[in-house]
Ligand binder design. Sequence first.
Ligand SMILES: [Zn+2]
Length: 269
Amino acid sequence: MPADILPIAFSLTGPIPAAFLGTLSAGDLPVSLAASTQSGPGLGTYLLLVIAPMLLGLWAQFRVKSAFGRYSQVPVDSGRTGAETAQDILDAAGIRDVSVVEINGMLGDHYDPGAKRLCLSSEVYRTPSVAAVGIAAHEAGHAIQHARAYAPLGARMALVPVTMFASQMLPFVVMGGFFFQITGLIKLGVMCYGILAVFQLITLPVEFDASRRAKVILGEMGIVNAGPEAVGVNRVLDAAALTYVAAFVAALGNLLHLLLALRGRDSEE
Ligand SMILES: [Zn+2]
């Protein structure tokens, strides 16, 4: 799973570890509730900062899955599959050192900047659908970012090691903080969520820019017609964008909640 953090995954694939989303880890609930019993944040704050972002994330995931389900059934007139779309875009951009490969599994589309591989799930790779060309073009957008040294992508890649470490630490920090009520561990949790929040924040321009490029290129290259096809691509990519916003909001909410818990604790001592 940690290897999945490195590539820039399309969000509907969900390869972002649960801890990454900040709110979806099972170990998260106890410390938050434990913190609520202190003089720190109350239940209302907990619902607002932790539960609401989690629900937003689940709703976003649902929307992206339903948009994909719908538009993977709608063929494009150009007849280009995801694989052909990705290759066309790479060729047009003059990128020759990135390979387009098919990967197993339902979803899991991503661009791996380390290996310079554009990995597409079978359904995207083989199907000439609105959803498939949209996702393929989005991943090609990341390859273009990489080739053009797009600064936010560089920043995101630089943050990957520390972010992986923080996301792996989080379950232990949260569990330890709950069972032993150790203030130091909560501080460590604040640090972890701080790193995750920064990472999710820098991910936003990277993802928005990849989708923006995809929409423009698909129209320019005639892979997608203006009208219903373009609208479908927009729906799929915009739904995916919302999941990244939700992931950032979740990390930020958890960070604020832990900070409030810490403040309550400090004022007790
Ligand atoms: Zn992406």
